[in-house]
Design a binder for this molecule. Structure first.
Ligand SMILES: *[C@@H]1O[C@H](CO)[C@@H](O)[C@H](O)[C@H]1NC(C)=O
Ligand SMILES: *[C@@H]1O[C@H](CO)[C@@H](O)[C@H](O)[C@H]1NC(C)=O
Ligand SMILES: *[C@@H]1O[C@H](CO)[C@@H](O)[C@H](O)[C@H]1NC(C)=O
Ligand SMILES: *[C@@H]1O[C@H](CO)[C@@H](O)[C@H](O)[C@H]1NC(C)=O
Ligand SMILES: *[C@@H]1O[C@H](CO)[C@@H](O)[C@H](O)[C@H]1NC(C)=O
Ligand SMILES: *[C@@H]1O[C@H](CO)[C@@H](O)[C@H](O)[C@H]1NC(C)=O
Length: 458
């Protein structure tokens, strides 16, 4: 029995040994390039002595080595993922030092890299955005998040990254034009270039990016028209965010081809004078629409019939005139947020708004609305401080609602005047002739009462 176990163990060990031996080592060029990158992001750590072995057997979290089938029917070892910058205790990627740098030429060694990720890595001295085009066709995710000292621009040959699906560069000072080469990345599913220093007009032919689901160019300094090619291809787009730029002209009607679009944010640009786009009414997948801070003008159109999926709608600060259509409240049954503040809207608040069940913020501030606020005490209790009505001098609230304990404590209703303010009947006129007592003057009232008591007791 013992012999049998021994033989089995031996067989197992030989098998295991054979298995380990059968794995090819990581080639020297990739091993050295990893050391090179680690040393450039943090030279204070002695990387070569901490990780002396093949990175396929031992590597810092964030450095991923894998055994891949090669062309000759064999297996070879390659670096497939590199993630730098501390993220959390659960994924403690190599920490970048304040003097971290980035030597782009090292990356040409990584022939099978699929994912490259930098989080809060470049936060000290300026580092130029490197030429990653040599990474060629293996790269799928190129992600930079919060790297403010990253500067420079992205070259046209970004188009070499043929397999890239996710290109995220957010929170850097990389600028210049948005590279036209991006239109050749036909596998792109997410293009996020928000919060950088990109400027000028956008000439990318978005019609070529048929797989795009997320396009976020928000918070840059982009100007000119939104390309009409947007919507001419990327019909799977779910999210489009162009907010906080200088885009102008008309919001292109081509957008209505984006039948799957759920999130549209064009706020704080310079779109102007064409009113709220009517074609929005045909985009029935929309869940959130923000057009705040433009110059749309005109009346709020009645386009809400097919937009029952909308949860959030912002039309603040747009020079809108006319009244608030009741059809908004009738059709937008799932509304959680509505911002119509800082326009020139007039007329009354339609009563239909008080029956919106899921709403948790209604902002009508700074318009010229008038008449009675239609909300019930229950509605007011539900929405609290997020019912914003100030800055409408002609808007009034009924005594009953205003004196409701909850509404007074927690809402802006307290700032509104009372409707049909009845003339104050001086309660104690009988005692004072034409000098009505003031409620707060309780001393005087006390004296008078005592006087009368004395008078009667005599
Ligand atoms: C980065 O700073 C460390 C000290 O924090 C220093 O030892 C190292 O030489 C510096 N590296 C470079 C490339 O300047
Ligand atoms: C970048 O790495 C290459 C090796 O790939 C090396 O020859 C070059 O000197 C490095 N550049 C800098 C600025 O360190
Ligand atoms: C990519 O373009 C840059 C200039 O933008 C150039 O320096 C570099 O050599 C190009 N790289 C490749 C691989 O073509
Ligand atoms: C941002 O871009 C402008 C040009 O549009 C340039 O003048 C400025 O220096 C850039 N800022 C940084 C921090 O690179
Ligand atoms: C949209 O695509 C069609 C062909 O699919 C083309 O004829 C048209 O010019 C394109 N429109 C824009 C604005 O690029
Ligand atoms: C506000 O509306 C009233 C009518 O309700 C009108 O008389 C007044 O001129 C308007 N004020 C502004 C600033 O538009």
């Amino acid at each position: 029995m013992a012999t049998r176990n021994f033989v089995l163990t031996l067989v197992f060990c030989v098998f295991l040994f054979g298995f380990v031996v059968a794995q090819p080592p990581l080639n020297k060029a990739e091993q050295e390039a990893v050391y090179g990158v680690l040393e450039s992001i943090n030279s204070a750590v002695p990387w070569r002595s901490v990780f002396p072995d093949d990175f396929c057997s031992s590597a810092p979290h964030g450095v991923v080595c894998d055994y891949l089938d090669d062309d000759q029917g064999g297996v070879s070892a390659h670096i497939t993922e590199l993630s730098f910058g501390y993220v959390s205790d659960y994924s403690p990627n190599p920490l970048c030092a304040p003097n971290a740098t980035l030597n782009g030429s090292l990356f040409s060694r990584f022939t099978h890299l699929t994912k490259l990720f930098f989080y809060r890595c470049f936060n000290g001295k300026s580092v130029s955005f490197p030429d990653f085009s040599s990474l060629g066709s293996s790269l799928e995710d190129l992600v930079f998040i919060e790297n403010p000292s990253l500067v420079g621009s992205i070259g046209r040959n970004i188009s070499n990254l043929k397999s890239v699906r996710k290109l995220i560069l957010t929170g850097t000072n990389v600028g210049g034009k948005i590279p036209v080469g991006i239109e050749d990345l036909t596998g792109l599913e997410q293009l996020t270039l928000s919060r950088n220093n990109f400027s000028g007009e956008v000439f990318v032919n978005f019609g070529k990016l048929k797989n795009l689901k997320v396009l976020d160019l928000s918070q840059n300094q982009l100007v000119g028209n939104v390309p009409g090619t947007l919507g001419n291809g990327s019909t799977e787009l779910l999210k489009l965010d162009l907010s906080f730029n200088g885009f102008s002209g008309e919001i292109p009607e081509s957008l209505k081809a984006l039948k799957s679009l759920e999130f549209l944010d064009l706020s704080y640009n310079r779109f102007g004078n064409f009113g709220v786009p009517l074609f929005l009414g045909e985009m029935s997948s929309l869940k959130e629409v923000y057009l705040n801070g433009n110059f749309l003008g005109g009346r709020i159109p009645e386009i809400w019939k097919n937009l029952g999926s909308i949860l959030g709608l912002g039309l603040s600060n747009n020079g809108l005139v006319g009244s608030i259509p009741a059809s908004m409240a009738v059709n937008l049954r799932n509304l959680c947020y509505l911002g119509l503040d800082n326009n020139k809207l007039e007329g009354t608040v339609p009563e239909e708004f008080s029956s919106l069940e899921s709403v948790n913020e209604l902002n009508f501030e700074n318009n010229n609305l008038s008449g009675k606020v239609p909300f019930t005490a229950n509605f007011v209790a539900q929405i609290g401080t997020k019912l914003k009505l100030q800055g409408n001098p002609e808007l009034c609230v009924e005594d009953e609602l205003k004196s409701n304990q909850f509404s007074v404590a927690t809402t802006s209703l307290v700032q509104l005047k009372l409707c049909n303010k009845k003339p104050i009947v001086p309660q104690y006129a009988i005692f004072h002739g034409d000098s009505a007592p003031q409620a707060h003057n309780s001393h005087l009232w006390l004296l008078v009462s005592i006087g009368f008591l004395l008078l009667f007791s005599l």
